[in-house]
Design a protein around this ligand. Structure first.
Ligand SMILES: *Cc1c(COP(=O)(O)O)cnc(C)c1O
Length: 376
């Protein structure tokens, strides 16, 4: 928690549940990332947190943006981003959205299939296109599975076809999975991209760009490698495979830029037990899976908690949200412990919740309104 967030919580005691996010911390994270990977252009993955104060600050810092929908593109433009600084990175786009983006001056688009490539040729003629390939997501705590990307051989054929369709075959992208804790994931993916560059050069298509995607992790309960470790591993692999013919490098950080800049403040609604001698207490908060904590599914992302009783005796707990749905249980198997003194009405802070929370909140499941947001 940054001093600014702590002070805001002290001075205002805002109604819960809410997110308080320190935009200066986003700037710090941006600068740390640029220092670790000075040759890479940053395309902030807007979906991590699309709030206007974040987009404006990043625009002022010279960041570019990775948008997944026409609505996210509009948010970037409204924050002052130039259309040339926006990549339409979703490989699944409605024709109407492709047209709107093209008309607004967006020139860079992702794809991973022939049908999408044909849509782009027709509705965004001449655009710079990049193909997303499948890569291993091992080491990622929030993997992206096989939903996006295609196999290398297919990517090769599609890039040739992109040229034949009058598009600009710009480069290759991958995403090693979110909250990626292994630097080796990037090294393996870069090796695959380099093979494609060689194959396509032989086919007369000279690619110019590698998009290294997102994945850079945030510290939750467990320690993770620092951003400098990722920078070194990535640059090592890039020079190993491309020598002094380095292509343009793009990165699409989401979680890393905003995750540790935000804190969710919530209230304990109930502390109870299922049996008189049951050692495990159930702690129900006023925020849960449907209030924005979607990444607790499968207990994948393990947030840290702050309570007013930290330091006192603690005991095992199951932590759950306030709705009448049993999937609204956050942590049952991850050995969470909270103070024995914790009681109904206490405020509990969830640390590093600046990414993938506000937009994941349901509209009003069980009548609960989405969490409030404060940018300080
Ligand atoms: C979600 C996403 C990102 C951001 O991933 P993080 O793990 O938050 O860094 C980047 N690129 C694409 C294409 C994405 O879908």
């Amino acid at each position: 928690m940054t001093p600014k967030i702590a002070q805001f919580l002290r001075d205002h005691a805002p109604a819960t549940p809410c997110l308080v996010l320190d935009v200066d911390r986003v700037e710090e994270n941006y600068r740390r990332l640029k220092a670790a990977l000075p040759l890479a252009r940053v395309y902030y993955a807007v979906k991590a947190n699309p709030a206007a104060p974040i987009l404006s600050r990043l625009t002022a810092l010279g960041s570019s943006f990775d948008a997944a929908s026409w609505e996210e593109i509009e948010a970037c433009l409204a924050a002052g981003a130039r259309p040339e600084a926006i990549s339409y990175g979703n490989t699944i786009k409605k024709v109407s959205a492709i047209r709107a983006a093209h008309d607004a001056g967006v020139t860079m688009f992702a794809f991973d299939s022939e049908a999408e490539l044909e849509k782009l040729a027709r509705h965004a003629p001449g655009a710079r296109v990049y193909c997303r390939i499948l890569v291993e997501n091992k080491g990622a705590e929030w993997p992206l599975s096989r939903k996006f990307g295609c196999e290398l051989e297919m990517a090769r054929d599609l890039m040739v076809r992109a040229r034949d369709l009058g598009l600009d075959p710009y480069g290759i992208s991958f995403h090693v999975g979110s909250q990626q804790t292994s630097t080796a994931a990037y090294e393996g993916a870069i090796a695959r991209v380099a093979m494609l560059f060689t194959d396509l050069k032989d086919a007369g298509v000279k690619l110019r760009m590698v998009n290294l995607g997102g994945g850079y992790p945030v510290r939750y309960r467990a320690e993770v490698p620092g951003i400098d470790d990722f920078g070194m591993a990535i640059m090592g692999a890039m020079t190993q495979h491309f020598g002094n013919d380095l292509p343009e490098m793009l990165i699409e950080p989401g979680r890393f830029l905003v995750g540790d800049a935000g804190v969710v403040s919530s209230e304990v609604v109930l502390v109870s037990r299922k049996g008189k001698d049951d050692p495990v207490r159930w702690v129900y908060l006023d925020i849960g899976r449907f209030g924005g904590l979607a990444e607790t599914e499968g207990e994948a992302i393990k947030y840290s908690f702050r309570t007013p009783h930290d330091g006192g005796a603690d005991g095992p707990v199951t932590i759950a949200g306030p709705t009448c749905d049993s999937t609204d249980t956050l942590y049952e198997k991850s050995n969470y412990r909270l103070p024995m003194a914790l009681a109904c009405g206490d405020r509990v802070e969830l640390l590093s919740t600046g990414a993938y929370v506000t937009t994941y909140a349901s509209q009003a499941f069980n009548g609960f309104r989405p969490l409030a947001e404060h940018y300080v």
